[in-house]
Design a protein around this ligand. Structure first.
Ligand SMILES: Nc1ncnc2c1ncn2[C@@H]1O[C@H](COP(=O)(O)OP(=O)(O)OP(=O)(O)O)[C@@H](O)[C@H]1O
Length: 262
């Protein structure tokens, strides 16, 4: 079967000056090539670019709601794989680019993304570094400090937004670049959510009140230095863990570059 396969750009525009990830790709821009989707692209990648000669065990990992997660044990170490049977590769492209952008800051620990793509039966997959989680919760002040370091390191030349639209849970998140934070937040965050609520529930009261807020937000930002910085975008307790050394780890992002309060 012939399909389009996306090769990832190595870094997001949030991080123009940082080194590119060696294993994702060596191309600067997103390029597309016709390719045959293998019967088992996950296995194929692990046994080629993943440098393994043998997959010794595949075990399910619980905890997620949207995707099926697995731990692949191999003679070249462990890999973490998520698959989705119905959603195409764009969801995992957003996740891979987000993980890559945060990884490149070299601040807080995030799994290094390796590969995403379509499955031959429909759906998609993402392969990333497997992180062995520790039993204790990370120190919350260390988590806060590392997040602040990531925000400082993840600068953006293109303003507010991200390379691709992504998803928060399974709700689409629009990341069209904008140089104006108030416009971006009003249109792509508040406005988009208000429209979804109106479309789904048909009650215009919240929509109209929300639109009044959108139109009058400007003064809230008077005297604020507005500078874009990289954000995880979906940071809640389910997406925070710690590695076996107790260092904080953040997962499953919906990254974009947003206003940094200074
Ligand atoms: N890189 C990783 N290495 C090892 N385990 C991981 C890794 N990433 C996630 N996990 C574990 O797998 C579980 C499922 O992952 P995740 O939360 O990303 O799934 P999901 O279905 O995409 O997300 P959601 O929680 O939004 O449904 C997590 O709760 C976590 O315990």
């Amino acid at each position: 079967m012939l399909v389009h396969v996306g090769l990832l750009p190595l870094s997001s525009s949030c991080l123009p000056s940082l080194p590119r990830l060696p294993r994702l790709s060596s191309t600067k821009h997103r390029t597309f090539a016709m390719a045959v989707v293998s019967e088992d692209p996950v296995r194929e990648w692990i046994l080629s670019e993943g440098n393994a000669t043998q997959i010794t065990r595949i075990s399910p990992v619980g905890g997620g709601c949207i995707n099926r997660a697995s731990h692949y044990d191999t003679d070249a170490g462990s890999f973490f794989v998520k698959t989705n049977r119905s959603i195409g590769p764009s969801m995992f492209e957003g996740e891979a680019l987000g993980l890559g952008a945060m990884f490149e800051t070299g601040t807080i620990r995030v799994p290094k993304p390796f590969k995403f793509g379509p499955l031959p039966t429909g759906g998609s997959y993402i392969i990333m570094e497997f992180i062995e989680f520790g039993s204790r919760r990370s120190n919350q002040s260390v988590l806060g400090r590392k997040l602040a370091e990531m925000h400082k390191a993840g600068k953006s030349e293109k303003g507010f937004g991200f390379e691709v639209n992504n998803t928060v849970g399974s709700t689409p998140q629009i990341n069209t670049w904008s140089s104006d934070w108030i416009q971006f937040y009003g249109e792509h965050r508040l406005g988009y959510q208000l429209q979804l609520a109106l479309d789904q529930y048909g009650d215009s009261t919240i929509y109209e009140k929300g639109q009044r807020l959108v139109k009058s937000m400007g003064p809230f930002f008077d005297n604020v230095v507005i500078e874009p910085c990289l954000l995880h975008g979906d940071l809640w307790s389910g997406n925070i863990s710690s590695d076996k050394n107790g260092e904080p780890v953040i997962l499953d992002p919906a990254c974009y570059c947003k206003l940094k309060w200074t």
